[in-house]
Write a protein that binds this ligand. Structure first.
Ligand code: CUA
Length: 315
């Protein structure tokens, strides 16, 4: 499908990719030509002016203004070309088309979450329509991350306490890997995500289906879907086995001892608090590593998850 993939670079799947690649090729080949010239000249001079026997050949130093100007002006022109060209491309990433669709992207150790203005929130999967500019409004919950989609040639730092922006427009449908390119701790190399580019009509269907339970779906079934989709399943088992976090089996109504020594009964409010401010009341025996789902889970999502957890009774 992708004929634009080369030995150096992945396929050109965004509108900006071909422009970036022309600059990349220019720098690559200019460097290659200069490398060959410099290497050949070095070898030639080493042989031509090598020492003969015991007598060092001394060539008197002759000033050559023309030569000096040449080797100053040519690199200067080359660098200015690269600077102006690079700066123009840099600006392209920062000037967002006025009609772009905005997606809020949050990086946190060690996953990406995406929320749409009037739509759902997703974890690890950015779903976008093809041929529509997408503005990414980026921020981090903890340390510095950096979002990178090689096929789109899009890379931008994701910082705590401030927003950064970038944008892209996918030129064909497909799935593309998202990488984190800023070392952010032990899970950095697995801080992956996926961009799923859909045709316009499929994207609209996805938007509708994504917010709240679908028609005829019970809250518990919706919660079960969120449990997998939002990656709760990574740390919480439903079969009673101990994982990074407490098992959800028989969780509702269970008496838990907190790190503070206090004993609580797991009810709706405790579950809600644990999703939104997980550090508030940590159960003893577990590390306080749960990320907050504030801004990711809507009220209807929390209701669904609670309904699902209630169904997981200890037999
Ligand atoms: Cu996030 Cu590396």
């Amino acid at each position: 499908m992708d004929t634009t993939k080369t030995i150096w670079l992945p396929s050109q799947s965004s509108t900006i990719a071909p422009q970036i690649d022309v600059l990349f090729d220019f720098i690559l080949w200019a460097s290659a030509v200069l490398f060959v010239i410099v290497t050949c000249a070095t070898i030639y001079f080493a042989i031509r002016y090598r020492r003969h026997g015991d007598i060092a050949r001394t060539t008197p130093y002759v000033e050559n203004l023309g030569l000096e100007i040449t080797w100053t002006v040519i690199p200067f022109i080359l660098l200015m070309i690269i600077f102006v060209w690079g700066f123009k491309d840099f600006l392209r990433f920062h000037i967002i088309p006025a009609h772009a669709t905005e997606v809020k992207v949050t990086g946190q150790r060690w996953f990406w979450s995406f929320s749409y203005a009037d739509g759902p929130s997703t974890v690890g999967e950015l779903v976008v329509p093809v041929h529509r500019p997408i503005k990414l409004l980026l921020s981090s919950q903890d340390v510095i991350h950096s979002i990178f989609v090689p096929e789109f040639r899009v890379k931008m730092d994701v910082l705590p306490n401030r927003y950064t922006v970038t944008w892209f427009e996918a030129v064909h449908t497909g799935e593309f890997q998202i990488y984190c390119t800023e070392f952010c701790g032990k899970g950095h190399s697995e801080m992956w995500g996926k961009v799923k580019v859909l045709p316009e009509d499929e994207f609209n269907k996805w938007l509708e289906a994504g917010s709240g339970p679908q028609e005829g779906e019970t809250m518990a079934a919706y919660g079960a879907r969120l449990f997998v989709k939002n990656a709760c399943v990574t740390c919480h088992s439903v079969d009673g086995s101990k994982n990074v976090g407490p098992t959800f089996l028989g969780l509702f109504g269970r008496r838990e001892v907190l790190k503070s020594g206090q004993t609580i009964t797991v009810d709706e409010n405790y579950l809600r608090e644990s999703m939104l401010t997980p550090m508030a009341q940590v159960v003893t025996g577990y590390d306080p590593v749960m990320p907050t789902f504030q801004g990711i889970l809507k009220n209807v999502d929390i209701d669904g998850l609670i309904a699902y957890i209630k169904t997981l009774e200890q037999k």
